[in-house]
Design a protein around this ligand. Structure first.
Ligand SMILES: Nc1ncnc2c1ncn2[C@@H]1O[C@H](COP(=O)(O)OP(=O)(O)OP(=O)(O)O)[C@@H](O)[C@H]1O
Ligand SMILES: [Mg+2]
Length: 557
């Protein structure tokens, strides 16, 4: 019951200590982490958006420059001049040397006939009248196509501008190098998972890509997700990983330049820091748990010990009270019994005198009478001894102050008991400290105590007589106290009797053998001298009684 209260107490302290230490720690950690992730994500978003926007500008400038070159040619040269193959080749040579990305150039008349061509393919003489781009450029004046296969059967796109001479429309057209264009777009790719490419409104790739698909393939991005304007960021989850897609519209909202970035790659630094922080936090938590448990355990143990001390003290107080109450009662009983005992003793004596009379001496029952009177006298004597002991126990025994040599008193007592010990095959060993001082005490009372203890030891050994008996007497001094120990190798005391042995009348001996007063009288005597009797029960290996007496030095005479 008591143990479970301490256990509950300990559990509660540990629980509440951990609760108040962990709650702010976890809350703080969570809030910091949440905010950190949010700020980090915003930063990545901005960065991807910015890259899309700036790359879009670069591509726009590239296209605008190429359109400007064609427009300048159309504005500064006549159809008649440019349709001359040599003139066109010369001009293309000059332009190619200064401008990247132009594959070829061609002049087409109003009927869609390819009149002059300079470039690596054999496209002269083809008619473009029915192609989508020819119609577009004729009606709008300028046209940049989507990527298509065309007559040359490989993906490319063209830029075309309309010229007007002598009331006739014609077209100057150039092909943009798809590889160079792709390289230009690709410069916006970053990291291990970044991608940059262009798709048209229908999601068809206008450049090659790193991971997303090949040119003219279908992208799985829904271009409608990317709103009007220059750029917009979308977060899309693919295979459980979050990817950011930033898109910027160009070419009059026909093409969407897309920059994609895997968030986890960008967040890798943060994740490493987070894992490190979690590790440190976990170690810290373990340290807190360990310290809390150990400290609480130690505190509760100390408390338990202190409480045990208090309980012990209470038990001692109760014991003293019990002794005092019993003592008073015993004194009353002893006094009341003493008088009838005296009368019985006297009457028994008188009966013995009468028995000496001749009339009785010759009686057949003389012997029986005589034995009975002996028995009466013996038991009266025994009863008197008991009452005497009881009175001795309660009387205010103010100890006399003799000069007592403890070792000497012990030697004397052993002398008295030696015969009895020898008869019972018991050896009494003595280890006396010769330096213990002579103290002021009551020699006869001390002798009574020693006698009680040694005779108890002899009785005990007799009971468990399986081995050779041994009684060990020791004396020593420590600080202001003299110690006397009496150890025997008898059977010791059963655990349940431990608390009772100092109680008056507690005895395990046969009726007539022990009164159960020996230890309580001894306890009383030593307590009055300002000392203590303790015992260490080593059952079944015997018991050690230790007497502790304060050193009271005799007054100098
Ligand atoms: N050395 C010992 N070994 C084992 N038990 C002991 C020892 N000393 C005392 N006891 C136990 O304590 C009980 C009380 O002892 P106590 O000296 O008070 O009374 P007693 O010896 O029984 O009677 P009395 O001393 O009046 O002859 C004993 O009956 C015995 O059971
Ligand atoms: Mg005894």
């Amino acid at each position: 019951m008591k143990k479970s209260i301490y256990r509950k107490f300990r559990r509660n302290i540990i629980f509440f200590t951990l609760l108040v230490s962990f709650t702010p720690l976890i809350l703080l950690g969570g809030i910091i982490y949440y905010n950190f992730v949010r700020v980090y994500e915003e930063k990545i978003e901005d960065q991807v958006k910015y890259r899309a926007k700036s790359q879009c500008n670069t591509v726009e400038v590239f296209l605008r420059e190429r359109v400007a070159i064609l427009s300048t040619l159309v504005d500064t040269h006549s159809f008649e001049y440019l349709k001359q193959q040599t003139n066109l080749s010369h001009i293309f040579d000059v332009i190619s040397r200064r401008t990247d990305g132009l594959v070829d150039i061609g002049v087409i008349d109003g009927s869609g006939q390819h009149i002059a061509y300079s470039g690596p393919y054999d496209l002269a003489g083809l008619n473009y009248y029915h192609t989508f781009w020819f119609n577009e450029v004729m009606s709008k004046g300028k046209y940049i196509s989507d990527v298509f296969m065309g007559f040359r059967k490989s993906p490319h796109f063209i830029i075309a501008v309309r010229g007007h001479n002598n009331g006739k429309n014609w077209v100057l057209r150039t092909t943009i190098d798809p590889d160079l264009f792709h390289q230009l777009v690709r410069t916006a790719q970053t990291g291990r998972s970044g991608d940059a490419y262009i798709i048209n409104k229908d999601g068809i790739f206008q450049t090659g890509t790193r991971f997303s698909g090949s040119i003219l393939g279908q992208s799985n991005l829904d271009t409608k997700l990317f709103g009007e304007g220059t750029s917009l960021v979308e977060k899309i989850k693919l295979n459980g990983r979050v990817k950011y897609y930033a898109g910027a519209w160009l070419k009059n909202n026909d093409w969407l330049l897309v920059i994609s970035q895997d968030v986890s790659e960008e967040m890798a630094g943060l994740l490493t820091t987070r894992n490190f922080a979690i590790l440190i936090l976990s170690l810290g938590c373990l340290a807190i748990i360990y310290t809390t448990i150990i400290t609480t355990k130690m505190t509760v143990q100390r408390l338990e010990k202190a409480n045990d001390g208090i309980n012990e003290l209470n038990a001692q107080l109760m014991h003293s009270d019990k002794l005092a109450a019993l003592g008073k009662m015993a004194a009353g009983i002893a006094h009341e019994i003493n008088n009838p005992l005296a009368v019985i003793g006297e009457k028994a004596g008188w009966m013995r005198d009468l028995l000496m009379d001749e009339a009785f001496t010759n009686s057949d029952s003389y012997k029986e009478y005589s034995v009975s009177i002996d028995k009466i006298e013996e038991h009266v004597e025994r009863a008197r001894k008991i009452t005497h002991n009881m009175l001795g126990f309660i009387r205010k025994m103010e100890p006399r102050l003799d000069d007592v040599d403890i070792n000497g008193v012990l030697n004397q007592t052993v002398g008295l008991m030696q015969n009895q010990a020898r008869l019972n095959n018991i050896t009494i060993q003595m280890e006396f400290d010769p330096n213990i001082p002579i103290i002021a005490s009551d020699q006869s009372q001390l002798q009574q105590v020693f006698l009680n203890l040694i005779s108890n030891a002899i009785d005990a050994i007799e009971i468990g007589k399986s081995k050779e008996g041994r009684i060990n007497l020791k004396t020593w001094q420590k600080n202001e106290y003299v110690f006397i120990s009496i150890e025997d190798n008898g059977p010791g005391i059963p655990k349940e009797s431990e608390r009772k042995i100092f109680d008056p009348f507690f005895t395990t001996k046969k009726t007539g053998k022990g009164t159960g007063l020996g230890l309580s009288i001894s306890y009383n005597i030593i307590e009055k001298m300002g000392g203590m009797i303790n015992f260490e029960n080593k059952a079944p290996q015997g018991i050690v009684f230790t007497i502790k007496l304060p050193v009271v030095l005799p007054e100098k005479k």
